[in-house]
Design a protein around this ligand. Sequence first.
Ligand SMILES: NC(=O)c1ccc[n+]([C@@H]2O[C@H](COP(=O)([O-])OP(=O)(O)OC[C@H]3O[C@@H](n4cnc5c(N)ncnc54)[C@H](OP(=O)(O)O)[C@@H]3O)[C@@H](O)[C@H]2O)c1
Length: 258
Amino acid sequence: MTVRRMVVTGSSSGIGRALAVEAAVRGWVVVLVGRDHDRLHAVAAKLPGSRHEILEADLSTSLGVDIVASRLRDEASPCAGIINAAGLGTTHPYPFGSFDDEKRMIRVNVDAVLALSQVAAEVFCLRGSGVIMNVSSTAAYWSAGTYAASKAWVLAATQGLAAQCKSSGVQVMALIPGFTRTQFHTQSKTDASGVRPWMWLTPEEVAREAFNDLELGRSVCIPGKRYRLLVGTVRHLPPAGRSRVLRWLAPLAPQSSE
Ligand SMILES: NC(=O)c1ccc[n+]([C@@H]2O[C@H](COP(=O)([O-])OP(=O)(O)OC[C@H]3O[C@@H](n4cnc5c(N)ncnc54)[C@H](OP(=O)(O)O)[C@@H]3O)[C@@H](O)[C@H]2O)c1
């Protein structure tokens, strides 16, 4: 039987971890990517099957990106898919945070996705098959600082890549989750307690819908009917109107340090 290997960045936690589990359940052998050794091994131990791999890589560095790119290029045990799920936010909105934090976020959310999607597209297009899934966010539709801009880039670039790869046999999909219960907001020291309770998704429902849509051949997946309705409505508003709706539905603030 042919082994189908899927590289999943950000698979030590949250949405990436749920996507890795869902991939394994659906028969993929998963290459887990992250920085946290213990968490990666804990995820690997829970995956069905025993052939999974672990790559420790800091995607804010060129060395980390090269480690994953080399794995994608390794034709001795070829990878047939990549999910770029690694990502982070910052505590303070632009321009009130640290410039270094903003740059680190862009290196992971944009530069690493750009580099790894490009390598995957080259390898998969030559082979005439493969899957590229990039994790954007509903933040792509709001005007809310550098994080939103990074996710708007992921969405636009992934849609462009999907158009370029049409007829190549390579499937490209942008995954656009709304608020999802993960470590994301704790990591970025953001108080998300004001977000309306109905807006929260679980990583597992995001991952299930992502793979359902992938298997249906879709190029965009917005998990949750409520988010499809919300995005369908607000995308027609001018940017200031969209931001007002977002601030009303989901007020975010830096966590207090007490
Ligand atoms: N949670 C939400 O509400 C939400 C909504 C929409 C979109 N998203 C997007 O979903 C994706 C996953 O986020 P999440 O919610 O699952 O957050 P999370 O639980 O904090 O997971 C983030 C993942 O990214 C990895 N990561 C962060 N910095 C990294 C670096 N420098 N190098 C390598 N890996 C790094 C982390 O792995 P290590 O710590 O092991 O390195 C971790 O596995 C992100 O792209 C995020 O923007 C999240």
